[in-house]
Design a protein around this ligand. Structure first.
Ligand SMILES: [Ca+2]
Ligand SMILES: [Ca+2]
Length: 576
């Protein structure tokens, strides 16, 4: 049985069912009396009401929910207030007492830091964190100390299913900063999940872990222990690696402090940022010729192509972004914000040139306005607060336009930012010709925008702690709200509400309207660095220490508990 996942899938199933039912009904009507016909009609209505119910299953299988990465969900019936509850007295794993909560489905303990954004598909929840599970260390006593962790949990209960343990790089914090944990937001597709590890590897895993046997790559016992260490004992609670592509070894890239990025899948390829950046001197780029963005065959883990943009020499600091994709004039574009502050649109099909294959630049756009780069004829040096920035946020594709803001590593503090709306239909260097509107009222931001298609309102946070509401069509500003704390996370817009968290641990629900209205505010106790998402009627938000599943408890049950529809409908018999 397959869970209905996307609207278009639902539509196809709906149309198929309708055809099937219509056909069946014709045959039946010939042989059945009117009373039986009425019964059939009622059954059809019930069947269709399940299919078209707004609460039917909707997963969130990747960063941004879809390839467009718009932080929006069409989900309805979402709550506007929560009580995250209190930790049980004496609980070594900081277990939350559910009796003290309101509108909470379940809470799972993470490590002590969690920046990784949660994804959900086919009954499983994936989230990145570190190994500080309890006072005694990680979930597995074999693995003590600092590790990065990918957790796989059960969507219904939050129960722990399996984990990937990622040892720290021997080179230390210059490439793999202490305690950050796994940053990458997992991309789930079918029975595979793709991540960028803190060891700068693109990795493909089996969603079922080792519980259903070991497929693909076989030496998990060595991987989780670390190179040169005695092998670990592995079992059904461990990850099953299918393949891994080591970007430091294969491409010579140098990740600055951390590796990150949520994989994007288009066809047979998975696209990621290589995390290439500066070294500890902040003036030297050790691998200027290495690619910043690559395509890898999702089935084999082989390199399929690299960007042709030669971003390396111009990297301001580091690169940790995720890409999006959209179709313009019938042609796919892969959109990537570079460490040089430029927004790139690449052709996703790798083009062979000799022994190499390249992702060709279709257009590029300098997201730093001239006044951020020079003042009175003198260049403004990075990372001056009035100066230029890179792009860390994910470009959002919406109606042939791309929306993205500039920003910097939070370590660099606050500064000026630039939110742009760019015409994705042009080609070449579109810095002068591609701007539809721009907004300099935003500060440095690592947040991705949310656009509500019902109202065309755009919401975006910035690192200085402001949430901005603008018209996505025109760039007109409706309101700005001060969260009074740094914001790393992005907004989520769904069901007429905007959900957002901040570094103080505040979790705020606002009306997604032209007039500013705060619906509720609560505090999760530790900083919120991740973005709220919604899957199957449940809002997931990770604080540094806990993953919360919020839902409207007043509704009888969340949609995951509702009957699911078998989409493997039998084909109607050919008419005789
Ligand atoms: Ca397996
Ligand atoms: Ca394996």
């Amino acid at each position: 049985m397959k869970t209905l996942r996307f609207d278009h899938e639902k539509l196809i199933v709906y149309q198929m069912s309708l055809r099937f039912i219509t056909c069946q009904s014709k045959i039946m009507s010939r042989i059945m009396n009117s009373a039986a016909h009425l019964l059939v009609s009622i059954l059809i209505l019930i069947f269709l009401s399940i299919l078209i119910s707004p609460a039917s299953a909707q997963d969130w299988p990747q960063w941004g929910g879809t390839d467009h990465r718009n932080m929006y969900s069409p989900a309805k019936g979402l709550p506007d207030r929560f009580e995250p509850g209190k930790i049980k007295k004496g609980s070594e794993t900081e277990e939350i007492d559910l009796a003290t909560t309101k509108n909470v489905k379940w809470v799972a303990k993470l490590g002590s830091q969690a920046y990784g954004n949660v994804t959900i598909a086919d009954g499983k929840v994936f989230v990145g964190t570190n190994n500080d599970y309890s006072d005694k260390g990680g979930r597995d006593p074999q693995h003590g100390g600092d590790r990065s962790i990918l957790l796989c949990l059960d969507e219904k209960t939050g129960e722990f299913l399996w984990q990937l343990v990622i040892p720290k790089l021997a080179s230390g914090k210059v490439n793999d900063w202490e305690s950050l944990g796994l940053l990458s937001s997992p991309r789930i597709e079918g029975n595979r999940v793709y991540i960028v590890t803190s060891r700068c590897e693109l990795m493909c895993l089996d969603v079922n872990g080792l519980a259903d046997g070991n497929q693909g790559f076989q030496d998990e016992a060595q991987y989780v222990a670390g190179p040169g260490k005695p092998k670990a004992k592995i079992g059904p609670k461990d990850a099953d690696i299918i393949w891994k592509y080591d970007m430091m070894d294969e491409l010579g890239v140098f990740p600055h402090n951390a590796s990150n990025g949520s994989p994007l899948i288009v066809g047979d390829f998975v696209y990621v940022c290589t995390s290439n950046g500066q070294d500890w001197t902040h003036s030297n780029i050790p691998s200027p010729l290495s690619p910043s963005f690559i395509a890898v065959n999702k089935n084999t883990g082989e390199l399929a192509g690299e960007d042709d943009a030669n971003i390396g020499p111009r990297i301001y600091h580091g690169q940790w972004g995720s890409a999006s994709t959209g179709t313009v004039n019938g042609k796919k574009l892969v959109l990537f914000g570079g460490g040089d502050g430029w927004l790139y649109a690449f052709d996703p099909a790798p083009a062979k040139e000799g022994d190499s294959a390249f992702l060709k630049t279709v257009w590029k756009f300098d997201a730093n306005p001239p006044e951020y780069k020079a003042m009175d004829g003198k260049p403004i040096k990075y990372p001056d607060p009035k100066g230029p920035s890179e792009i860390n946020a994910t470009p959002v594709f919406y109606k042939n336009r791309v929306y993205v803001a500039t920003g910097q590593d939070p370590e660099h503090g606050e500064g000026v930012g630039h939110l742009v709306c760019v015409d994705a239909t042009k080609t070449g260097d579109i810095t002068k010709t591609g701007v539809i509107w721009e907004y300099k009222g935003i500060h440095r931001s690592i947040s991705t925008v949310s656009i509500d298609p019902d109202t065309s309102l755009l919401f975006v946070g910035d690192f200085s702690g402001f949430v901005h509401c603008l018209d996505a069509e025109t760039g007109k500003v409706y309101w700005v709200h001060d969260m009074k704390a740094h914001m790393w996370s992005s907004t989520l817009v769904a069901d007429g509400k905007v959900y957002v968290g901040d570094e103080d641990g505040d979790f705020v629900v606002m009306a997604a309207s032209k007039e500013k209205k705060i619906l509720s505010e609560t505090n999760l106790g530790t900083p919120v660095y991740s973005t709220p998402v919604v899957a199957n009627g449940v809002i997931y938000i990770a604080s540094n220490t806990h993953l919360y599943g919020f839902y409207d408890a007043a509704r009888q049950a969340p949609s995951t508990d509702q009957p699911k529809v078998d989409v493997n409908l039998k084909k109607p018999a050919a008419p005789k």
